[in-house]
Write a protein that binds this ligand. Sequence first.
Ligand code: PMP
Length: 390
Amino acid sequence: MQEFEEALLTLREAGRYRQLRRMESASAPRVQVESRELVMCASNNYLGFANDERVIQAACAALQTYGTGASGSRLITGNSTLHEQLEATIARFKQTESAILFNTGYMANVAALTTLFGDGDVIFSDELNHASIIDGCRMSKAQVVIYRHSDMADLQGKMEEFHHAKKKLIVTDGVFSMDGDIAPLPQIVELAQREQAFVMVDDAHATGVLGAHGGGTVDYFQLDARYVQIQVGTLSKAISSEGGFIAGDQVLIDYLRNKARPFIFSTALSPGVVAAALTAIELIGAEADRRNRLHRLSIQLRSALAARGFQVQQGETPIIPVVIGEERRALAFAKRLETLGVFAPAIRPPSVPVGSSRIRLTLMATHSDRDLELILHAFETAGKEVGVIS
Ligand code: PMP
């Protein structure tokens, strides 16, 4: 225990000891956090379905029919009509032949990388990919080559070095989770075609948010789904439930169903979360207005923050990083925001590079215009006090 205690002490001294915050209400634009009402600016409930009455009712009805737990893995006794319906719905939504569920997006990434790639293969991975991709790469026995963030010249150079590898894969986040930028998928696909490599996209933050149909980055760039053979997603963000999935060709999904250890050796998702996800995906198809509003708000808030002198990455996704710089200043900024009624925690190393600590705002389609005014007012006040803007 002494070793762990010392490590914790080091974290405390560096100001990096992490503490849990306690939410006392649903993840909506106004939340109750430790007895205070705040404007929530850090939720992945992008479209507002996590507290939508129709989604809640669907989950309740499934609980009444199927009970609380699936009580078995999919291949033994845990498979239900609902699981099959959800996989078929995801395949339609992603315009692929088939899809397979996992218990989290994290597990879906690990499953894809460790089951499909191994000894003699090479995985080319963007340096800013999500931790679950990094872990999946480490756990696979493939050689891993990191390329500079969305840098196609660097990727091309590195791919040429490994021309004769057995199988090759380019893996990228669709929308990067800390910067909110969109991967250059058309160029990645072009390179992959030239080098005969697979493409895998993790669309955790793009699913339901980007594209004419909310289908994610493939939909956004109007690419043929056959060129992105492995489409990973999570049910925990815009789809407002929990779980993850891989969508792709029938043969790929059949292979995963037979070989992927995270699928085989874990209990199936519980009926309530499966039903919630099913309803949310239906609503994504039926209510494009939510997606359009989210898009509009994201652009509006970015330009309003930039106009006030903040360092904001331009873009169109609901992940809006406001770079503060030094770690302690970002912490002080987040603390002041909170006293002004806005919940938007600081993101610090190791999640982001040293010197680029930031406030990572995320918007929801259900934020009102008044919420946006409050956010801007809090940023302006805190920004002046902490010395981020003049
Ligand atoms: N990929 C990305 C890009 C993510 O941001 C996340 C969630 N933080 C995941 C995968 C993991 O998804 P889940 O929370 O469903 O495990």
